[in-house]
Design a protein around this ligand. Structure first.
Ligand code: ATP
Length: 236
C-alpha cells in the first residue's frame, strides 16, 4: 500500500508548521523522517492519519484520497499510527489496550487471535504483563504496547512517532528490531525520529525536515555520509 503526501501545508490555529511537504512511502518500504525538535515531524504524521486537518495538499493511501477523512476511516483503509506520547489507556490492562487496537476494523476483529499471538511473540514482555494496567508498565513496555496496539489493526502502512524517546538503548533496540520484523513481513513503515543514526540504519530512504520543509531526501546510506546531515544532526 503506497502512501503519498503532496504539497502538504498544515498548522495549529494561525501558526503554519508545514510548508509544501512532499513525500512517499512505497508498498513495503521503510522510510525515516529526521529533523530537530519542532521541525514538524509529528505534525506531518498527524496530518497523514487525519488527526490534524491539512490546510492544503493531498494525502493518498493505496490510491484513496484520505485528505479529508476522519482518523477512524483512515485506520479502516489500513493505516496504523503509533503516536507521540503513546496515548495508551493507563487504567486498562495490556490485553484491553491491545483489543482496542483490533476493534476499529472488521478484518482485524476477525483475525484478532492470530494477530494477538503474533504481537505477543514479537513482544514476549507484553505476554508476561498481559493482566497488568498499562499505566504501571515501564516506558519501554508502554512503547511496545503502543506498537502492538497499532499492529492489532493489521495495518499495511505504519506511522511511528519517535519510539526511542526516553528509552534505554536496549529497549530502543527491541522496539526497532520489532519494526524491522514487521517491515520484513511487507508492512510499509514511516518512522519519525530524532535518533538519526539508528533510524537511518533501519530505513532504506529518508527525508530531512527543517522548519516544516523537506530540505533533503535520499537513500539513508547517502544521508548518513552527507557532511551537512552529519554536521547538523550527528554533531560530527
Ligand atoms: P518534536 O520532536 O518536538 O515532536 P516535531 O518535529 O515532531 O518535534 P512538531 O511536534 O510537529 O515537531 O511541532 C512543530 C511545531 O508546531 C512546533 O513549533 C510546535 O511548537 C508546534 N505545535 C505542535 N503541536 C502543537 C499544538 N497542538 N498546538 C500548537 N502548536 C503546536
Amino acid at each position: 500500500m503506497r502512501l503519498t503526501v503532496e504539497g502538504l501545508r498544515a498548522g495549529y490555529g494561525k501558526v503554519q508548521v508545514l510548508w509544501d511537504v512532499n513525500l512517499a512511502v512505497e508498498p513495503g518500504e521503510f522510510v525515516a523522517v529526521i529533523g530537530a525538535n519542532g521541525a514538524g515531524k509529528t505534525t506531518t504524521l498527524r496530518a497523514v492519519s487525519g488527526v490534524v486537518r491539512p490546510w492544503e495538499g493531498r494525502v493518498t493511501l493505496g490510491g484513496h484520497d484520505v485528505t479529508r477523512l476522519a482518523p477512524g476511516q483512515i485506520v479502516r483503509l489500513g493505516l496504523g499510527h503509533v503516536p507521540e506520547g503513546r496515548e495508551l489507556f493507563p487504567g486498562m490492562t495490556v490485553m484491553e489496550n491491545l483489543e482496542l487496537g483490533a476493534s476499529v476494523r472488521a478484518e482485524a476483529r476477525a483475525a484478532r487471535d492470530t494477530t494477538l499471538e503474533h504481537v505477543l511473540t514479537l513482544f514476549p514482555r507484553l505476554a508476561e504483563r498481559r493482566s497488568q494496567a498499562a499505566g504501571t508498565l515501564s516506558g519501554g513496555e508502554q512503547q511496545m504496547l503502543a506498537v502492538g496496539r497499532a499492529l492489532m489493526s493489521r495495518p499495511r502502512m505504519l506511522l511511528v512517532d519517535e519510539p526511542s524517546l526516553g528509552l534505554s538503548p536496549l529497549l530502543t533496540r527491541i522496539v526497532f528490531d520489532a519494526l524491522a520484523a514487521v517491515n520484513r513481513e511487507g508492512v510499509g513503515v514511516l518512522l519519525v525520529e530524532q535518533n538519526v543514526v539508528q533510524s537511518l540504519r533501519l530505513a532504506s530512504r529518508a527525508y530531512v525536515l527543517e522548519n516544516g520543509r523537506v530540505v533533503r531526501e535520499g537513500p539513508s546510506r547517502d544521508l548518513l555520509h552527507d557532511p551537512a546531515v552529519r554536521e547538523a544532526y550527528l554533531a560530527l
